[in-house]
Design a protein. Structure first.
Length: 753
């Protein structure tokens, strides 16, 4: 439920003539506007606290509060576009303000899971439509005409019969005294009336970013601020035995060396501990950290070796696991099959590696309150974690959300923010903590390592009659429960439970695995490993059956549309937190994007030797994406000239941002597939920077063509769905071009081998 009240008499936004409080909660308003205003301003402040504010001041300036974090996906533009469209505002007279972290005021601000537009599209429309209704009613009262004769149009209210019009500024003050309408009284614009929704709009921060004036977390400065760099334990759970700071203190600019509080499991979001070097500038802090001589107790994870753990995971994938979905009976189907197929797929740990590494500024006031500036995806989680680990009321913490130089899920974890606050309290002055690239890669919340085992039975015509998939990987749940060995239901829901194939006998299982590093959510999360395995295996089955991979994929999907998983599940399908009746598993939409991307890429065309196309398709975050990758392999060198993707994400607000997200997913997918591997020996991460954790360079970046399916379905995810199908499409193309089957990532060494 969305509830809106006119709160113009509150001093929330100074100078606001019309201010709407938009509640995203189901609870009723604690006070009516009439009751609260009659009791005066103090009593009014105790009324229901709204989640999102929209205001129009006496000049007609529209202010929209952006309550989600901006990290390049354009959400500070997209959600305000929805409000402005329903309001009929002139976009040139709209101002965006970033909300601080405060769940009680702004509702959920957790910007991950590709859910910002899908969760707030309706609420933003209602906010805009409510303001428009009030402005139209105010103009009608001014003219003494029926409100139905008044209509908003580009920042003006028009009396339709006479053509008379007034600017928003001329009726905003009158509108503020009108009661908020009931939802049933609102009129929402039809799709053909949309001015901004569905149109390509430049992001509101584009000018500041282009001119270098945008403020990211790393740009924040406070009076009297010092800078800190931290030498963290190289092994998860390690502790400082002793340290010598003599050489560090001799470096010009270094002011102090401080031992951090030790971490202990469950590690969750607490800092890792170690030794901090505090200096007058970041360079001195980094140099001081390098000069530290530290003796570490590596603890229980010191024996962790990624190569040995790969064998452990593989062994776990070869024994029966927990059955999570079943249709028919695969065992007799396998016995009766004319051909049996099996394959194992391996994905290593991946690091997030955003271009802006972790950083935060913290400052305590004389009254003990804390103010923080940070590039965080999840400000509420940051405030709650700060309150818990610092032992202070959450109400005494103000968290300012800056622009994020990339996130991919890493900046949902507030450990780096807690570090800054802990040091600020210790030193009694503002502290800016900055991670180096080496810190970022060696101490990340890594995307999980995984082995996926798939088996299939084919009849004499090559049709798949039985399908078994066993998924094994350390769970994100290990952050909070170190003894957790099996994936959580929500992780299994990410591309495994909703396997969309019309196979008569199907069995899905989950295996056990232990975590030796911090595992965190990562762009697309478990969809990464599930899509890689499933879509690669489909290509293998097509080859075995002597069929075209695209045709075989479509045959597996079949002519079904809505798939009812419930009769076959033994664990809940979380469905990305959305009701299945509104966001069903729709095989028809998946089939459609496969057909469209094949046409887009001219599937079936003939290439010279060493060149070919590969295809993959996947449902994730309630969207459907199909991708075709064109590869050119010559003399052991791989080039990717082009990538084609079709996305069905329901109603799309800003197509430019959707295309950018799918393009970025292709580049990130190429990075992870080619050289994006994190390994460990003796508990220590081997990689340290972009020379050994490789990202795609400009010269390697492919041309990416993106087609968006026009749809009236509810908005779905955009930031993540482009990533899962990329790696399998790439590897399928490599097989088509060279006959070399890639089942383990990364692939760079396998191309030349």
């Amino acid at each position: 439920m969305v509830q809106i009240t006119n709160v113009s008499r509150r001093k929330v936004l100074k100078g606001g003539a019309l201010t709407l409080a938009v509640s995203l909660y189901a609870a009723p308003l604690s006070k009516s506007l009439a009751d609260s205003t009659a009791a005066g301003e103090d009593a009014d402040q105790q009324a229901f606290t709204p989640a999102v504010y929209l205001s129009i001041d006496a000049t007609g300036l529209v202010t929209i509060i952006a309550h989600r974090s901006e990290m390049g996906q354009g959400i500070r533009t997209s959600l305000p576009m929805v409000v402005a469209d329903e309001l009929e505002a002139d976009w040139n007279r709209v101002r965006i303000e970033q909300a601080p972290g405060d769940e009680a005021t702004y509702g959920s601000q957790n910007t991950d899971g590709s859910r910002s537009v899908r969760r707030f599209f309706a609420a933003m429309r209602e906010a805009g439509a409510t303001a428009r209704h009030l402005l139209e009613a105010a103009a009608a009262r001014r003219w003494q005409v029926p409100a139905r004769e008044c209509a908003a149009s580009q920042h003006r209210i028009v009396h339709v019969p006479t053509g008379n019009s007034v600017d928003f500024s001329e009726v905003a003050i009158l509108a503020r005294d009108l009661p908020a309408p009931r939802r049933t009284d609102l009129r929402f614009k039809d799709r053909e009336e949309w001015t901004y929704i569905g149109k390509e709009m430049p992001i509101v921060d584009l000018g500041d970013i282009t001119l270098g004036q945008a403020i990211y977390g790393i740009d924040v400065r406070r009076p009297g601020m010092v800078f800190a760099a931290i030498a963290r334990p190289p092994v998860l759970g390690g502790k400082v035995v002793s340290f010598d700071d003599k050489k560090a203190l001799e470096i010009k600019g270094v002011e102090a060396v401080i031992k951090m509080r030790e971490a202990s499991p469950p590690f969750a979001f607490q800092p890792l501990g170690g030794v901090a070097v505090v200096a007058s500038n970041t360079f001195a802090a980094f140099k001081g950290k390098e000069a530290l001589e530290i003796e570490w107790d590596d603890g229980t994870h010191a024996s962790y070796s990624s190569s040995e753990f790969k064998e452990t995971l593989t062994a776990a994938a070869r024994v029966p696991g927990k059955m999570v979905r079943q249709r028919g009976n695969v065992f007799p189907a396998f016995e009766a099959a004319a051909t049996r197929m099996e394959a194992e797929y391996y994905i290593p740990h991946h690091a997030h590696a955003p271009m802006e590494p972790q950083c935060a500024v913290a400052e305590f006031a004389e009254d003990g309150s804390l103010e923080v500036w940070a590039p965080t995806q999840h400000p509420q989680n940051a405030r709650d974690t700060l309150a818990a680990l610092l032992g202070m009321p959450v109400q005494m913490i103000k968290l300012n959300v800056t622009l994020l130089g990339g996130g991919f899920g890493r900046k949902s974890k507030p450990d780096f923010i807690v570090e800054a606050a802990w040091l600020a309290r210790k030193l009694g002055k503002p502290v800016h903590v900055t991670w180096s690239r080496e810190d970022d890669i060696r101490h990340d919340y890594l995307h999980t390592v995984s082995v996926q085992r798939l088996e299939a039975g084919l009849d004499e015509d090559g049709k798949t009659t039985g399908w078994r998939h066993r998924s094994v990987f350390p769970s994100i749940g290990s952050l909070f429960n170190p003894s957790q060995r099996t994936p959580a239901d929500v992780e299994l829901s990410l591309g495994l439970l909703d396997t969309p194939y019309n196979v008569p006998n199907l069995r899905l299982e989950a295996g056990e695995a232990e975590a030796h590093v911090r595992i965190g959510w990562f762009r697309s999360v478990a969809n990464v490993q599930h899509a890689f395995a499933i879509q690669s295996f489909v290509d293998e089955l097509a080859h075995e059956a002597g069929r075209d991979p695209k045709d075989y994929l479509l045959e597996l999907i079949g002519d079904q549309d809505i798939i009812n998983l419930n009769p076959e599940l033994t664990v809940p399908h979380e469905n990305y937190g959305e009701p299945v009746d509104k966001f069903p598993v729709d095989a028809g939409r998946l089939r459609n994007v496969v057909q469209r991307v094949a046409a887009m890429a001219e599937w079936g065309r003939v290439f010279p030797d060493g060149q070919a196309l590969g295809i993959a398709a996947h449902r994730s975050f309630l969207s459907y994406v199909a991708t075709v990758v064109h590869v050119d392999v010559q003399d052991g060198e791989l080039r990717v000239p082009a990538v084609y993707s079709v996305i069905d994400a329901g109603i799309v607000v800003n197509p430019d941002r959707v295309k950018a997200q799918v393009e970025g997913a292709a580049v990130m997918g190429l990075s992870l597939a080619m050289g994006g591997e994190i390994t460990a020996a003796n508990g220590r991460v081997d990689q340290s920077n972009f020379h050994d954790f490789e990202v795609t360079r400009m010269r390697e970046a492919p041309h990416v063509a993106v087609e968006i399916v026009e749809s009236d379905e509810l908005p779905a995810g955009v930031g993540e769905p482009g990533l899962p199908p990329f790696a399998p499409a790439l590897c399928n193309a490599i097989f088509a071009a060279t006959g070399r089957r890639i089942r383990h990532l990364p692939i760079r060494d396998q191309i030349a081998g």
